[in-house]
Design a protein around this ligand. Structure first.
Ligand SMILES: [Zn+2]
Length: 221
């Protein structure tokens, strides 16, 4: 609908309509110099709090080519990112379960990175995957996908506004960094059928809103 705002004289390559300067959506569809904005890696503030290299949560293997981002919920209301980071850390003691992601978004919007960005985590492994997904993200999706855990306030998986905003910033950062688009954004559910991120699985309209915001920010609508 934004196209209606353009007058023919503003369609010349390299010219930016000054009237549209405050409208991000419209800025993105102008060809020329503004188009290049979407390729600039946005700033992202986060804390590095790396797990110890261990068999169960930080194997130390490199990610292969990144083909997608997977969004998760921690499945434990009102727990902080640090508490969840420490949960993954204690997995190094051994046991039966493997699990981790690269990133966690806190209740207050702070972001923790749990291993170097080029390392693989265990977050979308399964005996059986959703039909067709391996054609997109590889036979072993963990090797090609970056995982983000989200904290949440209740068992519906509802996030604080700060968490959801920070999630959006992080997703955009990662998609730009790896030259991906909003089509490469997945829920854990899309990969394995697990009900994760629960809030987005159960509220597809809210998830569509989130994706549309990401899409709009990336300028590919
Ligand atoms: Zn998950």
């Amino acid at each position: 609908m934004c196209f209606n705002l353009f007058k023919p004289s503003y369609h010349k390559p390299g010219r930016v309509n000054p009237i549209l300067d405050t409208t991000v959506h419209c800025e993105r569809v102008v060809s020329g110099p503004v188009e290049e904005v979407k390729r600039q890696l946005p700033a992202l503030e986060y804390v590095k709090d790396y797990l110890t290299v261990n068999k169960y949560s930080r194997p130390g293997n490199s990610l292969k080519d990144v083909r997608g981002i997977a969004i998760h919920w921690v499945g434990n209301p009102m727990t902080s990112a640090k508490m969840n980071r420490d949960y993954f850390e204690q997995k190094k003691g051994g046991g039966t379960s493997f699990g981790s992601t690269q990133w966690i978004v806190d209740l207050d919007g702070d972001i923790i990175l749990m291993m170097p960005q080029n390392e693989m985590a265990y977050h979308v492994g399964a005996k059986q995957y959703m039909d067709g997904i391996q054609d997109k993200v590889g036979k072993y999706p963990n090797a090609h996908m970056i995982g983000i855990e989200c904290t949440h306030v209740d068992w519906s998986g509802r996030m604080t506004g700060k968490t959801e905003f920070a999630l959006q910033e992080l997703v955009i950062y990662l998609l730009v960094k790896h030259n991906l688009t909003a089509k490469d954004l997945y829920l854990h559910y899309d990969v394995t059928g697990k009900r994760c991120h629960r809030y987005y699985v159960d509220n597809p309209g809210k998830y569509a809103d989130f994706r549309n915001n990401v899409d709009r920010r990336l300028g590919v609508l």
